[in-house]
Every structure is written in structure tokens, then in C-alpha cells.
Write a protein that binds this ligand. Sequence first.
Ligand code: COA
Ligand code: AMP
Length: 637
Amino acid sequence: MSYNKMYAQSIDAKEEFWREQANALSWYKKPKTILGNDEYGYPQWFQDGKLNVSYLCIDKHIEDGYGDQNAIIYDSPVTNTKTFITFNKLHEEVSKLAGGLQALGLSKGDTVIIYMPMIPQALYAMLACARLGVIHSVVFGGFAPHELAIRIDDCKPKAIITASNGIEIEKIIPYKPFVDEAISTAQSKPEHVIVFDRQLGVPIPHKPYDVDYTDLVSKSVSIEPVPVESNHPLYILYTSGTTGKPKGIIRDTGGYATALKFSMKHVYGVESGEVYWAASDVGWVVGHSYIVYGPLLNRNTTIIFEGKPIKTPDASTFWRVISEHKVAVMFTAPTAIRAIKKEDPSGSFIEKYDLSTLKYQFLAGERCDVATLNWAEQHLKVPVIDHWWQTESGWPMVANMVGVELLPVKPGSASFPVCGYDIQILNENGVQVPADVEGFVAVKLPLPPGCLLNLWGNPERFKAGYLSRFPGYYFSGDGGYVDEDGYVFITGRVDDIINVAGHRLSTAEMEEIVSSHNDVAECAVFGVHCDLKGQKPLALVVLKSETSSGHDAITKEIIAEVRHEIGAVASLKDVLVVQRLPKTRSGKILRKLLRHISDDLEYNVPSTIDDITIISEIEQVYKQNQIGIHKNIINHE
Ligand code: COA
Ligand code: AMP
């Protein structure tokens, strides 16, 4: 079937379309109601169905005779380890850990935070929770204790599952001490902290709430999967919003499993039994959907890679992994390709490996620049597919659906709407704009199965943030346009969210931290262009007339504080002292203007600005600090 035909069916006959896709799963109770509404009138899928995702990811494949197939390959260049875990072994690990969690008093509907590095136990923990109907919330290891504490207070976990340490290239990251610090500052106190000791020879502090992971599993009995309703939350995943407080995206079970299973074959073009590798982290949505649940639901072998695209040990690692483990489809962020390209511009490492198993290279997480796409295509000699989605959707929204029909790639575009997503570009009044005109990227409701159910404990924010701006639509927060051939181009966020090395961060949250420094009178944090990471945060600060120390000392303190509060992943390295910030007469800081000047984009100075000379002052500071190259054309409105 052609893409056009399948897409039209998914929009025109959505219930039939998704009923058929849901039939690809083994439900305990097949859904009769395909599309319904929740109590707020927001669409929900498969409400009366019952299933268990842990069963579908593991037990089902064993019943079908694939117990000896590798479910997971753990490849860790930072520890020189390669471990092959079959579905039989995965079953033993997950069902016993689930038994251990049950013995600690956890049951369906409880919440658990998982704060772990890229080791198999992170996947066991997620799947063990799913087995019990316990709602997990994985927190990315690059987040600091303060961020972890915010999430503890929001989802109030009964237990936290963690590991003694993580390893970032050569640095040992103290996961367990971070958990202890977070618990000491959080209001909500978990009853248990289950610690997997990696035996890295680093002492771990012990607390009365600690439970040894290995001990727990060795003493527990395997348990069977607990059937849950289709709308039972599988997980909460926190993501950055436009305020300082992260949003807890709630994912359902049945819609998500249906959508992921569909996407493995139809979006990624991967067959059951093949090796699929998403080089991301379980702490991000890519990790949830395409390291854990998608590949395992589809009986693919998934790779847990504990390393980086470079420096572990060099820019050849990705190609080694593809070649050694016979990867059929790979997924990473453009920033990883840029990092490799910088180290190995001629692609000489790629030549050394047999990459004949690779069918497609997928990229997402941030805008993919044309040069990076072209470089990857030229050297990998397979279709390189940029595709667009977000934590909220849980699976691709715009892509070249290679499993249905590989359409010509247009560099700079993520291609076409994925089945089920009625993507429309709207103007400020919610009216659809013509081809080639930029606007707000929205999806006409209902969203297809698999997308967010709501925000944890905050339905008002859910409605205000996503549904109110354009009634009848889900608003993505991105800007973009559709060209005359129907290709969708995503141009970037229209809010205060930035994307640094494929990591989604809130500048509002950074501003809160920067402005809390005693010497700061006011500040603006925004994303500026970075050749490697796509974007990086830049903070402009106006200091109080009397300060406790010199400018250098203050900017260093600010950088350290953001790192301490959010985590190393915030990557705030540039803090510039300015005399004044440009504002409208009503006092609103002109962040977009500041960003346009730094990114060397053409800009207009709005007529509402209170004092035009501030612009030249800012330009001077940028020049002194080599931010942007200043060829801007200034038009006064
Ligand atoms: N645990 C602890 N710290 C972490 C971490 C984790 N899981 N992940 C990142 N960090 C730390 C890094 O060590 C670094 O610390 P440093 O400032 O002390 O060096 C900091 O956070 C910033 O990390 P990062 O933004 O990743 O930059 P980098 O310079 O270390 O690496 C790349 C650059 C491009 C190699 C790296 O960002 C990368 O591999 N990106 C791919 C991103 C990706 O897969 N995103 C998922 C979306 S698909
Ligand atoms: P996250 O929720 O962390 O996955 O980040 C989602 C955001 O990343 C989107 O809203 C976009 O702004 C950006 N993004 C992800 N993939 C792409 C892409 N292929 N092209 C452009 N932007 C992207």
C-alpha cells in the first residue's frame, strides 16, 4: 500500500485503522471501544481493553518459541563489557525483580522513580514496574539532585531504584549519593531505595531505607504479569516546559503499545528478529520508546550502549557497534553525527567497518542541518531519515515512513505526517496557512494512540499548555511550514524551550536560578546557535550597583549554581555581564531580539523598545565575547 493511501485511511477511518493495528497485540481483553473520551472530553483509545506490556515485551516471545533470541545487547565501552541477554534471561531478571518489588509492598498504581545509568538493570526495573502495573518515572542521570527532588515531590514515589554509579567517559558519577541528597531535600520521602551495586570499587553511602538490588532479586520469587486497563499509566516522564517546573507527561498502556508496535514496522522498517539500536538514554522519551518498549514489543534485539559517539574510545564506536552487532536500523541525534564528523571529517572510520546490515539511519531530537544529513548519507550510503516528534507524542509525528514506502528525502524536512497525525500549520488566529508560509505546528484532535494522556497532577496545565491555544487542536510548541509538495519543515520552538545536544531544557528554569544570585539585578537566558550542540544557553546578566565580588567571580558562581541545581547537562557555560537589557515599554525583555542578534539573523528593532542605544551596547558585548558575527541588517520599524 502506498503512503498516501495508508495515511488517508488513518485519518478518514481512524477507528478501523487503529482497531486493526491493536489486533497485532495479544490483549487479555481486546478493546471493543476504539476511540472514546476522558472526563474532560479529551480523546482516549481502547478504554475497555486490558493488557500488560511486560508480558508483550517478554513472555509472549518465549511462548512463541523465541526464548533463546537476544532481547538485549549491553555494549559498554566505558567498562569494556559486552553482555548478551536472551528473552529467557530477561524473563528471569524482570519477573524476579517484580517479585522483589511486590515483596516490598509495591502494587498496581504505586509510583517508582528509576535513576540509573545505561545498564541492563535500568531496563529490568522499567519492565518489572510494568509487570506489576506500578507507574515508573525514569529521571535522566545528567540531572542533579535538586531536579530529582522536584520529581520526587511531584510523583511521590514509594521507592527509588538506582545504581551505585554511572560512568561518563572516565568520570564516575555518584548516582546513589545524588539520590540521598535529593531525598534529604524533598518533602516526600520514599520508603525504599533499591541500589544496584556496580562494584566499581567506589564506596557507597548506606542509609536505613536502602535495599540491595542483587540481594532482593536473589531472594524473590518470579511473578506473573498483572493485567491493567488500557488507560492505566505505564509511566510518567518529566520534560521541560516554559516555566521552571517540569511537566510530568502521562503515557497510557494500550495506545502506546499499539502505536509503538505499528511504528517499528511502518516508520522504522524493521522486522521482528532484527537488531535495532537507538543510541540515546533511557532517561529520554527516545529511550523509553525505542530502546525499551518499541523494539521489545516488536521482538527486536535492542542495544544498551553505555558510551558516547566520541571519546569512548574514539569516533569509530558507532560504526563498530553497528558492524559487530549487525544493526539493521539505527537512531541517534544529529548532534552525535556532528561530533563524529568533527573528529573524522573524511569518514575514514566508517570505511573500516562492514555496515552492510544497516538499512536506515534515523535522526531526531533537534533540527537536523542539511550539512549533517548530507555527510551522513554520503558516508553511510543508506537513507538518512530526519523525523520529528516529542516527549508528548511518544512516537514519530512527521517522518518518511520507510516501512510503507520510502519517499524521496528532502534535506531540511522531516518529510510527511505519520499515519494518525493530522498535522496543520496555523496562524495566530488558528487559521490554516497556505503552503510555504510559516506558522504554528498543530495536530487536529484526536491525536492517534500513544500520545500523552495528561500531565501528572496538573490537568489545568495540560489544557492550558496544549489544548487552549487552538481549540480542537493539540499545539506542539514548534513552528514550521509545509511546502508545495507536502513536506513538513520544523523551524524550531516558538517558546522558551531550547534543545542542547538533543537535550530539551527550559531557559525559564535557568533564569530562575541565575536571578536568584545575590548580585544579579535581572537576567535573560536564551538559546544561541552552537555548531556542535545545535543550541547552547547564553545568560545576559545585569548586576546590582554594589556587588560582593568581581564580574569573573560572579559569572563563575552563576555557572556553578546552574550546574548544581539542574545538572551538568544544562551546559550553561556563557554568562555575560551587560549594563542593560532591551525591553518593551511595558517591561518585557526582548529575548527573541537578543537571540537574533547573536545568531546573526536579520532582525527588526521593535518600535515598542524603550531605548534603542541598548542594542548597540549588547552588540559590543557580543563582539568582545565572540558571540555571532554581526552582519545583521537592522530595520527600525
Ligand atoms: N549522567 C551524568 N552526566 C551526564 C550524563 C549522564 N547520563 N549525560 C551527560 N552528562 C554530562 C556530561 O558528562 C557533560 O558534563 P561536563 O560538562 O562535566 O563535561 C555535560 O553533562 C554535558 O553533556 P553533553 O551535552 O552530552 O555534552 P558533551 O560535550 O559531554 O558531549 C556529545 C557532546 C554531542 C558527544 C553528546 O551530547 C552526545 O552524545 N549527544 C547525543 C545526545 C542524544 O543522544 N540525545 C538523546 C535524544 S535522541
Ligand atoms: P523532546 O521532547 O525532548 O523529544 O524534544 C522535542 C522537541 O525537540 C520538539 O518539540 C522540537 O522542538 C525538537 N525536535 C525533535 N526532533 C526534531 C526534528 N527532527 N527536527 C526539528 N526539531 C526537532
